[in-house]
Design a binder for this molecule. Structure first.
Ligand SMILES: O=C(O)CCC(=O)C(=O)O
Length: 388
């Protein structure tokens, strides 16, 4: 199948030339889009130096300098279009600027540039609660089939979490999984870390105690993106993992509490003989378009600045009540040879206490960028040759 076939029916069709650009009708989104003249100028200034070779480079190809001197195009917002026309037969948009410059644009490329840029999240996030049924994935399938891997990653991106069963019982297997899904993000704990009850515990994870809801390494300014846990041996009794979706929690918070939680800075600290980490975060973070970005929380590591307003304490206590509501939490006793992957910026996690010292879990952190890159590659391949 022609990889571009899906674009053919949705090329820009009608065209209106305006002072500041051209207005085209994009059937794919069924509404006119104004393409500013400076945007078109930029699109025309693609650097050809590495054309045809860089597409296979490890950092890919998207060479487009702002106002590329090689093609002698100055880009400024006062650029005006003299005439523009669609050449349906050649599949081009032809533009003549007032200074006499002339450019031809491939409609397919224009279409791709307009529709395929990812300012919006390229996937939908689905808030979940205690009754949500999560699909479970077979480890062997995910490690060998690209379609299964894509399904796993789709599910992870939707829910911020995904479960796998049947992983080989080997402490280093987690690294194979990590490189299949993404890339390892090493930390001061190393490439992997071990959660095993020991008499000489050096952190809470190594005790048999309950651990309240938190995100990992919140005391860093850049906490790790994604966490992967592999259960080598579950506890004989207890030791359930607990998960809560911040997206669900936000829906239950009063607007004013969200405002306080997203605007009041909190210091998170990890100070010992061997480390001295600080992370300053708001409990909730959103981008300018009010899209949720992260939850940052760990009561054990939290230090409130003295100037923190009293209203924040109240909002924080209500936040804590909501994250602990049973209806919001999934408590699960992960069996031996299972793995769970979860978004450390969205999913709060904790653990119930357990008996005995045999529980053995190995963990590592993964990069979100690398996971998304793998996901996009898989999506692209699935569009070119959909699974039969
Ligand atoms: O023991 C577990 O499964 C999770 C432990 C944990 O949440 C942690 O160490 O941060």
């Amino acid at each position: 199948m022609n990889p571009r076939a899906d674009l053919q029916g949705s090329r820009p069709s009608s065209l209106v030339v305006l002072e500041s650009g051209v207005e085209v009708l994009l059937p794919a989104i069924a509404k006119p889009v104004l393409i500013p003249s400076f945007w078109l100028k930029l699109a025309a200034s693609k650097d050809s130096t590495y054309a045809n070779i860089s597409a296979e480079w490890t950092d890919g190809s998207n060479f487009q300098r702002f106002g590329n001197s090689e093609s002698d195009i100055s880009v400024c917002d006062s650029d005006m279009i003299q005439t523009a026309s669609l050449n349906e037969l050649a599949g081009t948009l032809e533009v003549v600027w007032r200074n006499g410059l002339h450019h031809e644009f491939s409609l397919e490329e224009l279409h791709e540039r307009i529709l395929r840029s990812e300012v919006a999240l390229p996937y939908a996030r689905v808030p979940w609660h205690s009754h949500t049924q999560f699909p479970e994935f077979d480890y062997g399938n995910v490690m060998t089939s690209r379609a299964s891997l894509l399904e796993l990653l789709d599910s992870f991106l939707q829910y911020g979490m995904a479960f796998l069963n049947g992983a080989p019982r080997d402490e280093s297997e987690i690294l194979n999984a990590a490189t299949r899904f993404s890339a390892v993000q090493p930390t001061h704990l190393g490439e992997t870390f071990r959660l095993r009850g020991t008499a000489n515990a050096s952190n809470l994870g190594e005790t048999a105690d309950a651990i309240s809801l938190h995100i990992d390494l919140v005391y860093k300014q850049h906490p790790p993106d994604i966490q992967l846990l592999h259960v080598l041996k579950p506890a004989d009794e207890g030791g359930e993992n607990v998960f809560v979706d911040a997206l669900q929690v936000i829906e239950q918070l009063e607007k004013e509490d969200v405002r306080l939680l997203r605007t009041t800075p909190v210091v998170f600290m990890a100070k010992s003989g061997t480390v001295d980490f600080r992370g300053v975060h708001t409990i909730l973070a959103f981008d300018d378009s009010t899209r949720f970005q992260s939850v940052r929380h760990n009561e054990h590591k939290m230090v409130l600045p003295v100037e923190t307003p009293i209203e924040f304490y109240r909002a924080f206590l209500r936040f804590r009540d909501i994250i602990e509501r049973q209806e919001n939490s999934l408590s699960i006793r992960l069996p031996a040879d299972s793995m769970v992957i979860f978004d450390n910026a969205r999913i709060l996690h904790g653990r119930r206490s357990f008996k005995g010292v045999d529980r053995d879990v190995v963990g590592c952190f993964l990069s979100e960028d690398d996971l998304l890159s793998k996901w996009r590659l898989l999506k692209r391949a699935a569009t070119v040759s959909p699974p039969g």
